[in-house]
Design a protein around this ligand. Structure first.
Ligand SMILES: Nc1ncnc2c1ncn2[C@@H]1O[C@H](COP(=O)(O)OP(=O)(O)OP(=O)(O)O)[C@@H](O)[C@H]1O
Ligand SMILES: [Mg+2]
Length: 349
């Protein structure tokens, strides 16, 4: 009987990111944590693999296999595939139960979506088995995930650096008072590295190699250690495979322009925010979340650029989905926040 009742109240939180898809199931916790990637047979349009299975194929696919990232900068760029991914994840997450529909699905979105874009996320969730959908802006979800007291009348600033977008919000009394979103995040940093290696070493490398360089030897500020990484790619002039050794100082230099544009966006939001909020932020600091914030020394870099204490949150890759988890475990407690999220846009200055 209990099991039957539980099935009536199936609820899920989905952090549908440009790079990673995470699902939290009520009563279970995080059950899906996979790259947002789909391998499709372009002759038959059949989905061959989703998530980590598809990622293994990245840059190594035969001609009839296409790898699709169904989200671009947090926006659904391929509706059908997004729907399939959501269906697959909810099935994988929820097991085989008789009641297949979810009573409530909370899902993260970037702060600056248009009504049409919000609707496309909502529609994909409904088509994949949700009776009711609640959209939650990513910084709000992250702030709840790290248990910031966001319902208090003091301001908290959260910067979520994901794969596709950096979302910056100052949150107070359960809603975003000001926010900004820029399309400079983890993906752009990897692209910067691809470009740098091409210009500097006349070598073509793929995205997985660029990401490895970023994660293994990349940094935002100078570091004490001297890190190096050998990489292989295709020599531009000869077209043949070539190996070069890349130094951490080079990667740091390659990332500076994009990092500057992230910190400039934080700065401009602070410059335009009401002074009382800025006072609160100066006192409490800036919270960094999202996978991109794991870049070595990024907290130090932002602290130096903005002159405000900057805190890297615990487990930045999962804080948004954990926030959704907290909401769906106890939605009544978060009614104000959920209804705040229904406004098409927070007051933008
Ligand atoms: N240790 C690390 N150092 C630097 N970057 C990292 C590290 N670990 C992960 N990343 C980067 O974090 C990004 C993914 O972060 P995250 O999962 O938060 O993004 P997302 O939620 O899918 O994207 P978005 O929120 O923009 O839609 C990737 O670009 C990845 O390369
Ligand atoms: Mg994200």
């Amino acid at each position: 009987m209990m099991r039957l009742l539980e099935n009536f109240h199936k609820r899920a939180g989905i952090d549908l990111g440009t790079a990673n898809l995470l699902v939290y199931i009520k009563g279970q916790g995080i059950t899906v944590n996979e790259p947002t990637l789909v391998a499709v047979n372009n002759r038959t349009n059949q989905i061959l693999a989703i998530g980590s299975e598809a990622k293994k194929m990245l840059d190594r696919t035969p001609a009839h296999v296409t790898l699709i990232k169904p989200l671009m900068n947090g926006v659904v760029s391929d509706f059908e595939i997004t729907e399939e991914v959501l269906k697959h994840s909810l099935r994988q997450a929820g097991g085989n139960t008789f009641f297949s529909r979810y009573q409530l699905v909370a899902i993260t979105i970037p702060t600056d979506l248009t009504e049409v874009e919000r609707k496309s996320v909502e529609d994909a969730a409904i088509a994949s088995g949700a009776s009711r959908v609640k959209l939650v802006e990513e910084p709000i979800a992250s702030a709840i995930g790290i248990r910031l007291p966001i319902e208090d009348p003091t301001a908290n600033m959260i910067v979520n650096i994901g794969g596709g977008t950096t979302e910056i919000s100052i949150i107070s009394v359960g809603g975003a008072v000001v926010s900004r979103s820029v399309k400079v995040a983890g993906q752009q940093l990897s692209d910067d590295i691809i470009k740098f290696i091409k210009n500097e070493h006349k070598l073509l490398i793929g995205e997985p190699t660029a990401e490895e360089l970023k994660i293994n030897i990349g940094s935002a500020v100078p570091i004490d250690e001297r890190l190096e990484m050998p990489i292989r790619g295709r020599d531009i002039s000869s077209g043949l495979p070539k190996e070069v050794v890349v130094k951490n100082t080079h990667i740091k230099a390659a990332l500076q322009k994009s990092l500057k544009s992230i910190s400039d966006t934080i700065k401009s939001l602070l410059e335009e925010a009401p002074p009382e909020l800025v006072g609160d932020v100066c006192e409490k600091g800036i919270y960094l979340a999202g996978g991109g914030s794991l870049l070595r020394g990024l907290d130090k870099y932002i602290e130096k650029e903005i002159s405000v204490k900057t805190i890297l949150v615990d487990d930045p890759l999962t804080c948004a989905v954990r926030g959704l988890g907290i909401i769906i475990e106890d939605p009544k407690n978060y009614e104000t926040i959920l209804s705040n999220q229904e406004r098409p846009k927070p007051i933008d200055l």
